[in-house]
Design a protein around this ligand. Structure first.
Ligand code: CA
Length: 667
């Protein structure tokens, strides 16, 4: 859960781990790839890591819940690596299992373990299946899009239900993984929805909200249509059952998620998964606690759970077995599911070393995998600030990007105050913070970081470290934020402000990120923390695609512009410092006005020079452009990156209220 996310909580703790957690450092660890379950010609083997258990056993069941065990297998301890093993000569395909350990003289509750790759209903028991049987046809050849530079990625953040649940989606498998496998789905106005809509829009990657098995939706009662974002992890290595057509069958959820991924890959779209290794849904009853009590979570000195997640606990990536777990779990998703990227929730709860290992080892599997995260925590942590994978520490991380809250809060107004306006909606004084976003938080001779609202220094050493956005699932959607902060103004102004805000995102250096549905003026009916709100709040109403056709066309123009022009996708800080030149504008006299040039065929662009200007004021403002033959690419809420909107010979040019201007000198 991220709704409470604060910017860099720092300073309060400088000690290393708590005195309580010191006891776990000496635990023996196990790095083999056969943890918990291996099926081979030799039979079925179990290996549970639980160094301090007094005893351990495996229970084999015929079904995913209920009934008595068919067998209870005692396990043998191996003190050198802290694991317990048991095996049988048969391949137990079709059966289910749980582990149980004796701790402080008491048998704890049964658990599917922490490495269940297939689970039954509600993830209560692990399932033994042949994973190759879950592969869709052509899976061996399946591949996501190749990414040369992470600034080439255009991210579309989506919840499975939001995308398809509304009756207007025309999608048969509503709220399911399979929703995005349906071609030819149409809105009531015969406009494309689902995967065809994504292709039309031109994004490169879909970022799916948590899709591992989470706790809050009862998979046995899907008719209740319970909604949840899914930031309450249960089984990290199996898909969520409520997104499958049959959560009781362990293979179905796996096969259907793979079918979704394959359909997106076939459409040239990558799949990024939101991962929440920073905390667990339960405390004492989490699978971590039931297998190795105490180890995987961080604690305060008194032994209570520390809570940097704001959700009751936080995990301990600074301990080797947990670090291995995060690394190996992401590698498993990359290998088995062909996942193209990972978005780390509250990434600063993890340590820098862990995140660097994650990125480096994923890169060995597929160099196109994009790793980024929230560079903050939601509360204080025993992990020292200098070790946290914070936004401010991103330069110490290789191949990891962080969200720019600088750009987000400056463009649309602060997220904590619904009525607060931003640069794009007429609030003065935010120009320098917007510029920090435009240069992807890299060092730039014309940007004064001391005037930054959220950050006071150039924290990124490369634009590949930055994800730019103005909204995501958290907080008010952009539509709702504009409705609230521009209350009383005509809707037209809000629509223009939305276009301006997203133009800033899509033309800024770094990777752009958008929240699903904003291209059709999607709202959440003013609900900011809609994590468990019903579909009536969260689902995208596809009638909007016809009602706001102009908005959609504009977003299409933004993706097309960015994809065709590498000047917006520079790959080094040095390139940005040399080729991005701000015009001198006195923000006291002309607030809410920024203009800059991308010069000298920046980053190999075919366009010699690009002029980009933003007017966030409620009145028109004029800039002066040097003489020459310019093509008008975007003006007054219209955009046409290929043909252009007309010609301009230079001189004074006026920007309408809440609008962007883009000019190109084509030769
Ligand atoms: Ca579940």
């Amino acid at each position: 859960m991220t709704a409470l996310a604060l910017t860099a909580v720092g300073g309060a703790s400088s000690q290393a781990r708590s005195t309580y957690d010191e006891q776990f450092v000496s635990y023996p660890t196990y790095s083999g790839d056969d943890l918990e379950l291996t099926v081979s010609d030799a039979g079925t083997a179990f290996r549970l890591w639980s160094p301090k258990a007094q005893d351990a056993r495996v229970k084999i069941y015929a079904q995913g819940r209920g009934g008595n065990p068919l067998t209870v297998l005692p396990m043998q301890f191996h003190a050198d690596n802290g694991t317990w093993t048991a095996s049988v000569p048969e391949k137990l395909y079709g059966k289910f299992y749980t582990f149980q350990i004796l701790h402080d003289g008491k048998w704890l509750d049964e658990t599917p373990g922490v490495w269940a790759k297939a689970v039954g209903l509600n993830g209560e028991r692990a399932a033994i299946i042949d994973l190759t049987s879950t592969n869709p046809e052509g899976w061996a050849e399946d591949k996501g899009p190749k990414v040369d530079n992470f600034t080439d990625v255009i991210v579309y953040e989506m919840h499975h239900r939001d995308m398809s649940m509304h009756p207007s989606s025309g999608i048969a498998n509503k709220g399911k993984f399979l929703a995005l496998t349906e071609p030819g789905t149409l809105s009531p106005d015969s406009l494309a929805t689902g995967i065809d809509h994504l292709k039309e829009l031109g994004i490169t990657h879909v970022h799916i909200l948590p899709s591992y098995d989470y706790n809050s939706v009862d998979e046995a009662n899907l008719q209740l249509n319970t909604y949840n974002w899914g930031y309450d992890p249960l089984n990290y290595n199996a898909p969520e059952g409520s997104y499958s057509t049959n959560p009781s069958d362990p293979a179905t959820r796996i096969r259907e998620m793979k079918e979704m991924i394959k359909a997106l890959h076939d459409a040239g779209i990558g799949v990024i998964m939101d991962v929440v290794y920073n905390h667990t849904a339960g405390n004492d009853d989490s699978n971590f606690e039931l297998t190795a009590p105490g180890y995987y979570h961080r604690h305060r000195n008194d032994g209570s759970y520390s809570d940097a997640s704001g959700c009751g606990n936080e995990t301990a990536s600074d301990l080797l077995q947990m670090q291995d777990y995060i690394v190996n779990s992401t590698k498993y998703w990359a290998d088995e599911y062909h996942i193209d990227g990972f978005r780390f929730d509250l990434m600063a709860i993890h340590d820098i070393e862990t995140m660097n290992r994650v990125a480096a080892e994923l890169k060995e599997i597929n160099p196109s995998i994009f790793v980024y995260g929230e560079g903050w925590t939601a509360g204080d942590s025993p992990l020292p600030v200098d070790k946290r994978a914070l936004k401010e520490n991103v330069a110490k991380m290789t191949d990891i990007a962080v969200f720019s809250d600088d750009l987000r809060d400056a463009v649309k107004g602060h997220y904590t105050d619904a009525s607060d306006r931003g640069f794009a909606t007429g609030k003065p004084g935010l120009e320098e913070t917007v510029k920090i976003g435009i240069v992807a938080a890299t060092a730039h001779p014309q940007v004064d970081y001391s005037k930054g609202n959220n950050s006071k220094f150039a924290y990124a050493s490369s634009p590949e470290m930055i994800v730019n956005y103005v909204s995501c699932h958290d907080d008010l959607s952009l539509t709702d934020k504009l409705k609230k902060s521009m209350e009383g103004l005509p809707e037209k102004d809000m629509l223009e402000a939305a276009k301006l805000a997203q133009t800033i995102v899509f033309t800024s250096q770094g990777a752009p990120f958008m929240f699903a549905g904003e291209e059709v003026w999607r709202d959440k009916k003013g609900v900011h923390n809609s994590y468990k709100s019903p579909d009536s709040i969260n689902a995208i109403d596809w009638h909007n695609k016809a009602l706001y056709a102009d908005q959609f066309a504009y977003y299409q123009g933004l993706t097309a512009l960015r994809k065709a022009h590498p000047a917006f996708r520079m790959t080094t800080a040095d390139q940005i410092a040399r080729h991005l030149v701000f015009d001198k504008i006195d923000s006291e006299k002309n607030p809410n006005l920024i203009s800059y040039s991308l010069t000298d065929n920046a980053n190999g662009d075919e366009w010699k020079e690009i002029k980009v200007a933003f007017n966030g004021a409620s009145y028109p403002q004029t800039i002066n452009v040097k003489k020459g033959k310019w093509m008008i690419v975007a003006q007054d809420g219209k955009i046409s990156p290929a043909e252009g909107l007309g010609e301009f010979k230079g001189g004074k040019i006026t920007l309408a209220p809440y609008s962007a201007l883009i000019l190109a000198k084509t030769k």
